[in-house]
Write a protein that binds this ligand. Structure first.
Ligand code: MTE
Ligand code: MO
Length: 508
């Protein structure tokens, strides 16, 4: 008869598996910080999930979690990894392989995510490789200690104390490594203290009478803290000003690479521009306005000399995201900028520090590349952008739209005189009229605020007479070509939502 070992408990192998995957993730963080800041295996796997997420699932995630979709993804990853560790731990009482399979499987996944990332460089292999090795060693060590914790009534104290010391020590080291990694890789970019060059000329007068804030519209210029933010990055690229450069190449007479000092020395322009996201639903808030300070894109393109036959410019960010913009809007007289300043401050990291592109009249996904590092002059078929690859339109001009900000949908207001107010936009074309309709009544022209530039949104207000009862308000805008906003509702994909924004209210 073979001697029977005391049956191991369930808990310790589970704790061992949780701590081992924690150790792998923590070591991955610190290795990334030391070797290749953007190559954190945890973030890289999340980033691959974002790249591979089908459109319908992305739409569902945004519908459920809104702009908190990234936090939801990271939380989901933690839950999945934790759940798998619990299962592997439970299966590992008699055999260490389930835990090894988990750690090595996670490592292979991270390696695959790393080599398929658009910014892959060989050094990026170090963090996932180190993480896998350390995770596997931690698992073998902790599991060996775990199975020595016997089930009572055997004297469990010695085995248990040894295991708790090993697991606790490893967990602490993993947490320290993870924290150190996060802290180290959050250095680098420092927008604060970078003085901005002065613009050569004040492009537009200060916005006087451009909003109806007293009636409930947003301010004409959006404070940076309230400016909407959309991008695919889980960890924002942190580029030190001194490390930044922009390569201009492709269908050009001569390839040029310019650094920040050279860019700052070029002709500086400041212009207010309203940015809009193509994913903005009718009535949505993915639209904001800022004063952008920077160098006209056409001046930078002129340094390189655009060759005949070129049709568009592909811009690439430090994280490998791409946008393609037709040459027309980049080279006509509009304020298409390589921006370094936003509302009088250096560009915040979240909005693209040190340099991003802004083009009036185009949705952000085809123009507003943040953390920009590369401009390739090409043909329409030469480069297919990140979102075009995922089924979104190639060109992305902003569609004429309008929104009711007050009264809010579902509001109860006093019957009688009421003021409705909101915003309308048709960037680079301009808004000529806004009308509001109560129920099936006549369209009533709204009063328009000042229009400092056609590249921005335009605020409106209209006094209404509301009889007691339930009502619905609809708004529609007319742009400066005379085109009236269509009532036909379409989805945001492939090239922007259409339809009239409508709110329901009760007058009492
Ligand atoms: N590098 C990078 N730039 C990007 C994006 C991105 O995912 N990555 N998203 C674009 C989209 S879809 C929009 S709408 C705007 C939003 O800019 P903001 O976050 O400054 O408002 O940035 C654009 N620039
Ligand atoms: Mo967007």
């Amino acid at each position: 008869m073979t001697p029977t070992l005391p049956a191991a408990r369930r808990g310790p192998p589970v704790v061992a598996a949780l701590v081992a995957v924690g150790a792998a993730i923590g070591v991955g963080e610190v290795a990334a910080a030391l070797v290749s800041p953007a190559a954190s295996p945890f973030v890289t796997v999340g980033q691959a999930a974002i790249r591979l997420t089908p459109e319908w699932l992305k739409a569902t995630a945004i519908a459920w979690f809104g702009t908190g979709d990234k936090v939801a993804l990271l939380a989901g990853m933690v839950l999945v990894i934790g759940g798998l560790a619990v299962v592997a731990g439970l299966l590992s009482r008699a055999d260490e392989r389930p835990g090894l399979v988990l750690v090595v499987g996670m490592g292979l996944l991270a390696l695959a995510a790393t080599v398929t990332a658009p910014t892959f460089a060989p050094l990026d292999l170090v963090p996932p490789a180190t993480a896998t090795l350390v995770g596997a060693l931690a698992w073998r060590f902790l599991r060996a200690a775990a199975v020595r914790v016997p089930v009572p009534p055997a004297d469990a104290r010695v085995g248990r104390r040894r295991f708790l010391t090993a697991a606790g020590g490893t967990a602490l080291a993993a947490a320290a490594a993870g924290t150190a990694g996060r802290v180290l890789s959050s250095g680098g970019a420092t927008p604060a203290g970078t003085a901005l060059p002065a613009p050569a000329a004040v492009a537009v007068p200060p916005p006087v009478g451009a909003d109806f804030v007293a009636d409930g519209t947003p301010p004409w210029l959006t404070p940076v803290a309230d400016f909407y933010r959309i991008d695919t990055v889980l960890a924002v690229p942190r580029i030190a000003a001194g490390d930044w450069s922009l390569r201009v190449h492709g269908m050009v007479d001569r390839e040029v690479t310019i650094d920040l000092e050279r860019l700052r020395g070029m002709r500086i322009v400041e212009a207010p521009v309203t940015l809009t996201c193509v994913s903005n639903e009718v009535g949505g808030t993915l639209i904001s306005t800022a004063r952008w300070l920077g160098v006209p894109v056409r001046d930078v393109l002129a340094l390189a000399g655009v060759r005949p036959g070129a049709q568009q410019v592909a811009s690439t960010s430090a994280d490998g995201w791409t946008a393609t913009t037709p040459l027309g809007p980049l080279t006509d007289d509009r304020a298409a900028l390589l921006a370094i300043g936003m509302n009088g401050e250096p560009l915040p990291i979240e909005h693209g520090f040190p340099v991003r592109m802004v083009v009036p009249g185009l949705y952000g996904y085809v123009s507003a590349c943040k953390w920009i590092t590369d401009l390739e002059v090409t043909t329409f078929d030469g480069v297919v952008s990140y979102w075009e690859q995922r089924g979104w339109g190639r060109f992305g001009p902003v569609k004429t739209q309008s929104r009711i900000d007050v009264p809010r949908d579902g509001a109860t207001v006093p019957a009688g005189r009421a003021v409705a107010a909101g915003v309308a936009w048709a960037q680079h074309t301009g808004i000529a009229a806004v009308e509001v309709r109560v129920d099936d009544g006549p369209w009533q022209p709204a009063q328009l605020a000042a229009e400092p530039t056609v590249d921005c949104w335009r605020m409106w207000r209209v006094p209404l007479d509301l009889a007691p009862g339930a009502h619905s308000l609809a708004v529609r805008a007319t742009d400066r070509t005379g085109a009236v906003q269509t009532p036909v509702g379409t989805a945001t994909i492939p090239d922007g939502a259409t339809g009239w924004h409508t709110v329901g209210l009760t007058a009492v």
